[in-house]
Design a protein around this ligand. Structure first.
Ligand SMILES: [Zn+2]
Ligand SMILES: [Zn+2]
Length: 240
């Protein structure tokens, strides 16, 4: 059913594309989904930070000072800062809600250097997307995190598995919740289907607090993972 919805959307979008030649999702200029001007306007982070305290840290690894209290995640590689109203925010919104899976490739290429992805790929065995609840997946027809996991895995010669982790409980959207509500909202929401490989790269589009990623990491660790690294295209500075 899910693949049928995805397939139908693809056909509709192809027919639409033939009738109305494509344009840039960012600026509506005719041409590709992401024009060269918008591509260059997206600014990747120039360095990475400990995802817990925000101190500069190589490849976004959790620093020694924070590791004791936040040992579920090994690190978080972030592509860019998520600013409301920015071009990147509009692109990510269209990517997720207006069915533009073709943006995954250029966004990953623009936001992560080959070196950074390569170094992370040396630590992990598999890419696992943050899952949607089955009901949400049926409504939307696809999971944007799964497309990103596929893209990163393909670039680095890793495998990806969108079935290992599942969101057992439907959770509210995190967007309008406060920090403590976000943690409560996703607590124990994720389970694994079967044992986890030891070194996992968890993939999502956007993170604000670490609530969702840590909850996923905990489930993976309970299933046998030793290291859970995470990667997101963008992280919001608004963490409260
Ligand atoms: Zn453009
Ligand atoms: Zn830290």
């Amino acid at each position: 059913m899910r693949s049928l919805v995805h397939w139908l959307r693809k056909v509709v979008s192809m027919c639409f594309g033939l009738l109305f030649p494509g344009c840039c999702v960012g600026c509506r200029r005719p041409g590709e989904s992401l024009c060269k001007i918008c591509y260059k306007e997206i600014l990747p982070l120039t360095c990475q930070y400990c995802p817990v305290c925000g101190e500069e840290s190589v490849l976004g690894k959790v620093c020694c000072g924070c590791a004791g209290n936040h040992d579920d995640l090994y690190g978080l590689l972030v592509g860019a800062e998520f600013c409301p109203g920015s071009l990147l925010q509009r692109l990510l919104h269209s990517f997720k809600y207006k069915h533009h899976p073709e943006l995954a490739g250029p966004l990953v290429t623009r936001l992560f250097s080959e070196d950074a992805l390569w170094e992370v790929a040396q630590i992990v065995d598999i890419c696992v997307p943050v899952p949607l609840h089955s009901q949400r997946l049926r409504e939307r027809g696809w999971n944007q995190a799964e497309r990103l996991a596929e893209e990163i895995a393909g670039k680095q010669g890793l495998v990806h598995d969108a079935t290992l982790l599942c969101r057992e409980r439907e959770t509210k959207s995190q967007a309008h919740l406060h920090r403590s509500e976000r943690y409560a909202n996703v607590q124990d929401a994720f389970v694994t289907r079967g044992p986890s490989p030891p070194h996992v790269l968890l993939v999502d589009d956007v993170a604000t607090t670490l609530a969702t990623l840590e909850s996923c990491a905990r489930a993976l660790k309970e299933a046998g993972a030793k290291v859970v690294y995470a990667v997101v295209l963008a992280r919001s500075r608004q963490r409260q």
